[in-house]
Each structure stands twice: as structure tokens, then as C-alpha cells.
Ligand binder design. Structure first.
Ligand code: ATR
Length: 300
């Protein structure tokens, strides 16, 4: 660190449980160092307690910003003075900033994923997108795909009802996007994709898949939520939001069927960068993002 700690040093941090494997301290302290901000970023493992107390106490001690992770992404929301419109739609905040009159909440997973798409040259405008999963991460993924102007978003989940409810909620906000839902088994996924793609020239390989379930995550790495090669034959781009392992079985299957595959490291990178941009009111350029990304890869 080239900026020493003194009495003016401000604290930023991550609250969640567990936080032991988080890459946010590395990423945020790199940004702090590059921009010579008089600050530090720590991970706080908050095992229990009322988020209202945590936020109040932190503010009293001069903390200016937090990232929020599992299990507090929704729990902090009632204690905020304001919530960004998209974060409210997604139903989760992962970034807090203390403004004059209280804590404000943002969701940077969604813009983080959008910037990852753009950085990887993946265009979603008018495309058919299949989202695997309907949990917290899927909300941000569906929002990102809708913001990018996807033509169709098919949401598949083990618990089908959650996929349907998610689609209906976003359909009210993004009326130009066609939302469909179904169960995540290969047979109904393929049938749904064929029905939607019928008559379009890119039926066979036109889909962009965003994998948001926890299936395939370390340590259970030898699984993909859909295994059938016929599903992957319809995928031109497969995005897995998992970054540990760096190459998931979902990605291997996407590539084996001739598609392009990406892991969740860039989403992680760009969501953190967006949080830093909100806190410090700066725009982090791609060159710096790429430099930090190579440092992050070294942490695995
Ligand atoms: P996150 O915030 O990381 O998205 P989550 O909200 O718990 O975590 O969501 C996990 C997602 O992975 C859900 O879509 C879940 O499906 P259900 O809604 O049916 O629970 C999905 N998931 C987890 N384990 C799964 C498994 N073994 N097979 C299929 N889907 C699974």
C-alpha cells in the first residue's frame, strides 16, 4: 500500500457469512491503491445479529460503504433510507453507501454482469436467452438480460413455480421482452426451446444460456444442472456465474457442443468495480479492470 493509514483513513467492508473465500478485499484494496483513496476494505464475518444494529454502529464509526452478501442481501433492505430502482426490482442489494441522511442500497450484480457481457463481446439484443435457476443470482441475471434487450427470456428452475413468478414480475417492467418459464430437466428445457425457436433461422444454435444455480460449484465440481448434450447443441454462448472452479462442467459441456463459454469471474470483477465507482464517483477503465482481473486469477 502506498497510502498509509492515519486518522483520516476511512473504512469500507463486506458483511456476510461466510466471507472467508471472498475476493472482494483483494479487488477493493487494489482499486483503493490505484486511486490513492485514503481507505481500507475488510471482510466482516457477521454470524448473527440485527443488520440494523450493524449498519448503525458502522456509521457511527465512520464506515462509508459496504458490500453485502449472503445471507444479508435482502435482510438489510428494510433498514435503508433509500433503494435504487433496479435493486428494488431485483429484490436484493449488494452495495451500501452512506449518504447525508442514511444508508442507500444498490445492486451491482446486474450492471456487473452487463459489463461482463459487453467486455466479452456477447450481444444479447434480440437474442433468445435461457436462464438456469430462479434464486437470488437469477434475479440479477434476468434483469441484466432484459436491460440488454433480449428478445426472449426462458427461465428454468427445479421449483418451476419460482421461475414462473420471477418471469411474471419482470414481464411487468420489460414489456418488449417475451418471458417463458419451465422446469430445469433436459427434456422440458429442449421442448421449450424448440417451441420458442420454431420458425426462426437460428433455432439450432441461437441461445445464450446463463447458469445461475449452485450446481457445479466447488467442491461438487463434477455436475452440471443439465447434462444432456442435446441441450448444449442449442447454445452459442454459455455464461456460468460460478467462478470456482474457473471451468465448470456446464462450461465444458457448452464448449464440447461448439459454443463459447465464460465463467463468473468477470461478473465478480465488474460488480465490485461498480460498487467502487458508486462509493468514489469514478469510472474505472477497462485497462485497469483487466490488470486487476489477472491479479484475481492468481488468487485461485
Ligand atoms: P443464489 O442467491 O446464489 O442464486 P439461491 O437463491 O439459494 O442462491 O438459489 C439457488 C438456485 O440453484 C435455485 O434456483 C435452486 O433451485 P430451487 O429454487 O428449486 O431451490 C438451484 N439449485 C440448487 N441446487 C440445485 C440442484 N441440485 N438442482 C437444480 N437446481 C438447484
Amino acid at each position: 500500500m502506498n497510502n498509509p493509514i492515519d486518522t483520516a483513513t476511512r473504512l469500507y467492508g463486506l458483511i456476510g457469512h461466510p466471507v472467508a473465500h471472498s475476493r472482494s478485499p483483494f479487488l477493493q484494496n487494489e482499486l483503493i491503491r490505484h486511486y490513492s483513496v485514503n481507505a481500507r476494505y475488510l471482510a466482516f464475518d457477521v454470524e448473527s445479529g440485527d443488520p440494523a444494529d450493524t449498519l448503525l454502529g458502522a456509521h457511527d464509526m465512520g464506515v462509508r460503504g459496504f458490500n453485502v452478501t449472503v445471507p444479508y442481501k435482502q435482510a438489510v433492505m428494510p433498514h435503508l433510507t433509500g433503494i435504487d430502482e433496479k435493486a428494488a426490482l431485483i429484490g436484493a442489494v449488494n452495495t451500501l453507501k452512506y449518504e447525508k441522511d442514511g444508508w442507500y442500497g444498490y445492486n451491482t450484480d446486474m450492471p456487473g454482469l452487463m459489463r461482463a457481457f459487453s467486455h466479452d463481446g456477447v450481444l444479447l439484443k434480440g437474442k433468445k436467452v435461457v436462464v438456469l435457476g430462479a434464486g437470488g443470482a437469477a434475479n440479477a441475471a434476468v434483469c441484466a438480460a432484459a436491460e440488454c434487450g433480449a428478445g426472449v427470456i426462458l427461465i428454468l428452475n427445479r421449483t418451476e413455480e419460482k421461475a414462473r413468478v420471477l418471469g411474471e414480475r419482470f414481464a411487468k417492467q420489460y414489456r418488449q421482452v417475451r418471458f417463458e418459464s419451465g422446469t430445469i430437466d433436459a427434456e422440458s428445457a429442449i421442448a421449450g426451446m424448440e417451441a420458442i425457436g420454431a420458425g426462426s433461422p437460428d433455432t439450432e444454435k441461437g441461445w445464450i444460456a446463463i447458469q445461475t444455480t449452485s450446481v457445479g460449484m466447488h467442491p461438487d465440481t463434477d455436475a452440471a444442472v443439465i447434462e444432456d448434450p442435446l441441450f448444449y447443441e442449442k447454445i452459442s454462448v454459455g455464461y456460468d456465474i460460478i467462478f470456482n472452479p474457473l471451468k465448470t462442467r456446464f462450461m465444458e459441456r457448452t464448449e464440447a457442443a461448439g459454443g463459447q463459454a465464460f465463467n463468473g469471474l468477470k461478473m465478480l470483477l465488474f460488480q465490485g468495480i461498480r460498487s467502487f465507482e458508486i462509493w468514489q464517483d469514478v469510472s474505472v477503465p477497462d485497462e485497469l479492470a483487466e490488470e486487476i482481473l489477472s491479479g484475481m486469477k492468481g488468487t485461485f
